[in-house]
Design a protein around this ligand. Structure first.
Ligand code: PHE
Length: 445
């Protein structure tokens, strides 16, 4: 939680982003399940390939539009108004999804992608603008903000998933003469309400926000301090580019959770613990929960290791190794699905290694972009980071298209080859690591 020693704007941005991520992850926790649900139970009746492909395109667009979103804020709107506009567009999109009709569905998805593109990159920039360049509270401010993201992501599936999937809520609807098959749309509407709460906090505390002109002033100063492009700048941009290529593979595996692993949870995992049955989408809360638990552990670990810690590229390799192991765990898990539903502990273990991987790679990547990029291209490099994430998300959808619930052999091949690919990538990057570190010829991020 924000402390009083941080600028009051951090509290505003913390809660705005918490509710925005609530809205994003709540909707995403039920999206694929809704698309493949038969029309009789209120779904879209898509086949797995169609649903996975649309999931991939949608999540790709969300992060792809962050690139023009940053640009529009810089050039025209300023960050604070870009965030406000984005939030309004997201809420509109979520409420369109609350209506059961194909044109509303597609328009809703498009609006959420556009709105998130305007909001997501710029709200992070605003966190940065709360602090001076050398303010010692800066990293701590970002860690607190990252907590906000993940608190929203833990709560979202619990609320939206329960409304969309639980028998209890469907019973509640039919008891009141409403259509229980419309429960999906209550889930989407609740995501919209979350975004409205975020906008409420944002507007009520508008006065605490950092000046949106801040960023341009900063950029001007940076240009003066670093006027010429050198050969070492080219090497550094290339090194970062190589690392970004590896992150595509990472996100392709990581975002299985919203697509194929969500279907896996729904169809192949027992969602009953001690007589209590829970919606499959609740398992989506595990990854952000682990992040909240482990992020401080990793932060302390890197500090404790000090000079002995691996450099950025080798941390990336560790990230790939960990998520590669997670995908390999799905091979025996898939094999066991032949004999009936498996324990949710399998997915709990898979998600744990996903998050260990995430913490080796994602914060390190952001820190690397901001510290190693030549100052005059830091915005473009941040765009490239989102671009790599977006390609990874599309690839995640494509891979999820091969999911077939009643063919354990197919699933073993699917996750086995993904796992093997990641382990090979990890080995390659482990080997390349010291060379890439040489290219950046600067201390690790
Ligand atoms: N959990 C992160 C978030 O929602 C995932 C993410 C990583 C998103 C990188 C975009 C880019 O912010």
């Amino acid at each position: 939680m924000p402390q009083t020693s941080h600028p009051p704007g951090l509290t505003t941005l913390f809660f705005t982003e918490m509710w925005e991520r609530f809205s994003y992850y709540g909707m995403r926790a039920i999206l694929v399940l809704f698309m493949v649900a038969p029309a009789g139970s209120g779904g879209m009746g898509f086949d797995t390939k169609q649903a996975a492909s649309l999931y991939g395109t949608y999540t790709m667009m969300v992060y792809l539009l962050a690139v023009p979103g940053g640009f529009i804020a810089d050039r025209y709107l300023g960050a604070s108004r870009a965030v406000l506009t984005g939030g309004v567009i997201i809420a509109l999109g979520q409420f369109l999804l609350a209506v059961h009709a194909l044109p509303f569905f597609y328009t809703g998805l498009a609006l959420i992608a556009i709105g998130t593109g305007l909001l997501k990159p710029n709200i992070s920039t605003m966190v940065g603008a709360l602090y001076g360049k050398d303010d010692p509270r800066r990293d701590s401010g970002f860690s607190i903000f990252y907590m906000g993201i993940n608190v929203g992501a833990v709560l979202a599936p619990l609320v939206c998933g329960w409304l969309a999937e639980s028998k209890t809520f469907q019973q509640f609807l039919s008891d009141r003469g409403m259509d229980p098959a419309a429960s999906w749309h209550w889930g989407f509407a609740s995501a919209g309400v979350g975004m409205l709460l975020g906008l409420g906090v944002y507007l009520m505390r508008w006065g605490t926000l950092p000046d949106s002109g801040h960023r341009k002033k900063g950029a001007g100063k940076r240009e003066q301090a670093h006027p010429e492009w050198t050969a070492s700048d080219t090497r550094r941009v290339m090194a970062i580019g190589i690392l970004f290529a590896f992150t595509i593979l990472f996100w392709a595996a990581y975002e299985q959770k919203g697509a194929s692993l969500n279907l896996f949870a729904k169809q192949l995992v027992s969602t009953e613990v001690a007589g209590f049955s829970f919606p499959a989408s609740w398992l989506q809360s595990l990854t952000p929960f682990y992040v909240i638990l482990l992020a401080p552990v990793f932060a302390r670990l890197w500090i404790r290791l000090g000079e002995r810690q691996p450099g950025g590229p080798r941390k990336f390799a560790l990230g790939l190794l960990s998520i590669g192991f997670a995908m390999c765990l799905l091979v025996p898990a898939s094999a066991m699905t032949g004999e009936g539903k498996i324990s949710p502990l399998w997915l709990a273990a898979v998600y744990l290694f996903d998050v260990i991987g995430e913490l080796c790679l994602s914060p390190v990547g952001l820190s690397m972009v901001t510290k190693l990029s030549p100052p005059q291209v830091v915005g473009v490099m941040m765009g490239a980071w989102f671009f790599a994430t977006s390609l990874g998300n599309k690839l995640a959808g494509y891979i999820s298209g091969f999911f077939v619930a009643d063919e354990p052999g197919t699933l073993m091949a699917l996750y086995g080859s993904l796992g093997a690919g990641l382990l090979i990538a990890a080995a390659l990057l482990g080997w390349l690591g010291p060379r890439i570190e040489g290219m950046t010829s600067s201390k690790q991020p």
